[in-house]
Design a protein around this ligand. Structure first.
Ligand code: ADP
Ligand code: MG
Length: 396
């Protein structure tokens, strides 16, 4: 089995539907980290160079009830146009007459971005009718979104059955680079898992116990584990109904010989805002009216010690609420340490995830890692050894 690529097709005068990932971190309508846009550029330019018309499909955020202005892909148009140095047109729907008209009138040499695919329920449900509506707009489908390849959604998987389809250059690069570092990693392998998507990532964590030698748990993720150990975590972000899962992960990890490293101290604050009043406390001493926003200095030292013993480091999810300083300290310090170990040839390091990459870019460490993936969840599922539906459909 091999991945079909852009080399397999003649793109001249073809309408080329490209599934990209424009799901970039935003603040007040501004793109705060454009890594994903930048990484989408090579495929789009190649399609243009080969005489095709690029029509971009993407989701943005997690809309639940159709159209929502705050989750319109239109917000990415200017930033994308700046990266491509091309005109980017926008269609207010990704299907139907509006989309068709935009495709038919797209001037050669320009790019068209369609509205958020997740404004339609058919996207997540992978409804054949919705996939067919999308497919109508193009002659060829190119998937360049490794970061959503773990989801069998219509614009990722369903559509690929309906058109001649292949991987884009970013998809190819992601798979090639991740395989190079991680298919037979040098041990010990240490994973750092943090962030806010606790419930979805907790499941993944269960499967990472096998392949990993050590797992550092930080960020919002760690709170569920602290609560599961009977600690009061006050108002912290936590999924209380996942405590049993957290306990069973800790039990299984013992059996499987995977060391789990949890925070030993915390930074607790009463307000979720920049430079709010905060204290450093032992991990079991969060006041009832406060929330844990970062791991503390002793935990940072502990994480560094474990990093020093690792040969391969995998990272998804910030260790704290990094967008609001000073709760970025643990993430920045641990990232700087991974960067240093990478540069001195002691570890191979891979990090992925929209917010994780934003955090590592913010601290200047991202460039110093062995590889930065655009994917978070997909990269963790790939690590489990799962076949990702959005990749499988591009193989023949
Ligand atoms: P990624 O996008 O890299 O996969 P996530 O989306 O899972 O990562 O998590 C990133 C978010 O987690 C950030 O917005 C960060 O503020 C938040 N976060 C991390 N630690 C905490 C915490 N202790 N409390 C609240 N939010 C947190
Ligand atoms: Mg995120």
């Amino acid at each position: 089995m091999r991945l079909r690529t852009l080399d397999d097709f003649d793109l001249k005068d073809k309408n080329v539907l490209i599934r990209v990932d424009m799901n970039v971190p935003m603040l007040n309508g501004q793109v705060t980290d454009s890594t994903r846009l930048t990484r989408a550029v090579p495929t789009i330019l190649e399609v243009l160079e080969k005489g095709g018309k690029p029509i971009l499909l993407s989701h943005f955020g997690r809309p639940t009830r159709g159209f929502d202005l705050t989750m319109s892909t239109q917000q990415a148009v200017i930033a994308l146009s700046n990266r491509l140095k091309k005109r980017v047109h926008f269609a207010t729907s990704c299907i139907g007459e509006t989309a068709q008209l935009a495709v038919d009138t797209l001037p050669k040499g320009d790019v068209l971005l369609l509205e958020n695919t997740r404004f339609h329920q058919g996207e997540k449900k992978n409804e054949p009718r919705f996939a067919a509506e999308l497919a109508k707009l193009g002659d060829i489908f190119v998937s360049d979104t490794f970061s959503t390849a773990h989801r069998a959604h219509a614009s990722v998987e369903g559509i690929a059955h309906l058109l001649p389809s292949c991987a884009g250059r970013l998809m190819e690069e992601e798979i090639y680079r991740l395989e190079a570092v991680l298919s037979t990693p040098e041990r010990p392998v240490l994973a750092v898992v943090g962030g806010a998507k606790v419930s979805s990532k907790l499941m993944l964590l269960e499967h990472l116990i096998g392949p990993m030698d050590k797992i550092v748990i930080g960020g919002g993720m760690a709170n569920t584990f602290l609560a599961a150990q009977g600690h009061n975590i006050g108002q912290s972000l936590c999924e209380h109904d996942m405590q049993d899962t957290a306990r069973s992960i800790l039990e299984n990890a013992k059996v499987m010989n995977c060391e789990i490293i949890l925070p030993v101290d915390i930074v607790a604050a009463k307000e979720f805002s920049a430079n709010s009043e905060h204290e450093i406390l032992p991990a079991n001493k969060c006041p009832a009216d406060a929330m844990i926003l970062d791991v503390g200095p002793k935990t940072i030292t502990l994480i560094k010690k474990h990093l020093d013993e690792a040969k391969t480091v995998i990272w998804n999810g910030p260790l704290g609420a990094f967008e609001i300083p000073p709760y970025n300290i643990a993430t920045n310090e641990a990232a700087a340490h991974v960067a240093f170990l990478t540069e001195t040839g002691k570890v191979l390091s891979v990090a992925g995830g929209g917010d994780t990459v934003a955090a590592l870019n913010g601290s200047g460490s991202a460039k110093r890692f062995t590889y930065i993936s655009t994917a978070g969840g997909a990269f963790l599922e790939w690590l489990e050894g799962k076949t990702l539906p959005g990749v499988a459909v591009l193989m023949s």
